[in-house]
Ligand binder design. Structure first.
Ligand SMILES: *Cc1c(COP(=O)(O)O)cnc(C)c1O
Length: 387
């Protein structure tokens, strides 16, 4: 029995240590898999194959099969996966690549890293790619579209693929938040010419540090990416392609191999938690992510939209509840991207989301009583504003 359960009702102190609700707590998952994780890492230490070792090749095979694609190339981050996908697709200076204004900066950094020009398009009201907004940004220089399965939800890929086919464009999915999401029978990562995944610890499939994966069904693209991630060499010290070092560590691959078989059940759990949030927050004057058919949404984040987001967030923090904002400053307002030349007001839906979005605690091991406290605190605040 927890200390909290023995307390008298009404005597609970807001903000005391055992009332703290973390936005994400990675320790529970590690604890649950501890013996297998330790054994997998010890096996790497025994073999000593730290760079491009057998767990990298094994994890690449397993992750490709999981996504329903032919090839996977382990890299050191999601950003590298995006960059190598663009490089291997031959995109570079003089080319334009369209992506969403409401994404994480990495999507745009990858485009800039290859020397291409990022072109931003507004998102749909839920933060997904908006095919009409993308279509409006296509120019004679456009070579690629990067739809982002933001928060873990696959957008309208049918429309994006049709647009790409019509204009002869490459589609590269930013699936860094969508491991395991399925739409119309296909998994995230299997729609485009290539896709990028991140294994940053808090992602739906997370390593013990940085890691990433490029997936594709093109043997040519995979081959080029394999060269680039390893100093451009097929034969040691013979450098035939861009000589970068973007390899996935064998130790991280070993950890990820232990975790991958759990991913579907973790995503199921996220969906159950999302349903419970929806139930608890129904009929409030806030925007909730709508319930989705099947496994289209894997709830990397559970994002609500609410007027007065900042005071609500402060109130929750005072009650010991951590939340996040994804993302507070849209890309076109980032100082480092000022040279793209977009004025304030260029992306109204993106700007509205940045002002109203609040990400509530969400991870598979989130205790249900904590979720209920978060929902009750949100309900109290919102109803107090209305009344
Ligand atoms: C996490 C993330 C990335 C980058 O992944 P890293 O592993 O941190 O480089 C790219 N795009 C999106 C949408 C992400 O959430």
């Amino acid at each position: 029995m927890t200390a909290r359960a023995t307390r008298q009702p009404g005597l609970r102190q807001h903000g005391s240590a055992d009332d703290h609700v973390a936005f994400v707590d990675l320790r529970a998952q590690t604890r649950a898999l501890q013996p297998a994780l330790t054994a997998a890492m010890e096996a790497v230490l025994r073999r000593g194959d730290f760079v491009l070792g057998e767990d990298v090749a094994g994890f690449e095979r397993e992750f490709a099969a999981y996504c329903g694609v032919d090839q996977a190339v382990g890299v050191d981050s999601g950003l590298s996966a995006l960059e190598l996908a663009l490089r291997a697709a031959g995109i570079g200076p003089g080319d334009e690549v369209i992506t969403q204004a409401n994404t994480f900066i990495a999507t745009v950094s990858a485009i800039q890293a290859v020397g291409a020009r990022p072109v931003l398009a507004d998102c749909d009201p839920q933060g997904a790619v908006d095919p009409a907004a993308v279509a409006a940004r296509i120019s004679p220089r456009t070579r690629a579209i990067i739809p982002v399965h933001l928060f873990g939800r696959i957008g309208d890929m049918e429309a994006i693929l049709a647009l790409a086919a019509e204009h002869g464009l490459v589609v590269i999915e930013d699936a860094c938040q969508a491991h395991g999401a399925v739409w119309r029978g296909r998994r995230a990562g299997s729609f485009g010419l290539a896709a990028a995944f991140s294994f940053y610890p808090a992602k739906n499939l997370g390593a013990f540090g940085d890691g990433g994966m490029l997936v594709t069904s093109s043997p040519e693209l995979a081959g080029t990416a394999r060269l680039i991630r390893n100093y451009g060499q097929r034969v040691k010290y013979e450098h035939e392609a861009m000589p970068l070092n973007r390899r996935l560590d064998t130790l991280q691959a070993a950890v990820l191999r232990v975790k991958l078989p759990q991913l579907d059940s973790w995503n199921d759990r996220r969906r159950q938690l999302a349903d419970r949030y929806r139930e608890r927050l129904a009929d409030l004057p806030i925007n909730l992510p709508p319930a989705e058919d099947g496994r289209r949404h894997v709830y990397h984040l559970f994002v609500i939209g609410v007027d007065g987001r900042d005071p609500l967030r402060a109130g929750l923090a005072a009650a010991g509840i951590e939340t996040g904002i994804h993302y507070p400053i849209p890309l076109h307002r980032q100082p480092v991207l000022a040279s793209l030349g977009y004025a304030d007001g260029s992306f109204p839906l993106t700007e509205r989301l940045a002002a109203r979005s609040l990400s509530l605690p969400m991870y598979p091991e989130l205790p249900v009583d904590q979720l209920d406290r978060v929902a009750a605190a949100v309900r109290d605040w919102v109803t107090s504003q209305a009344g």
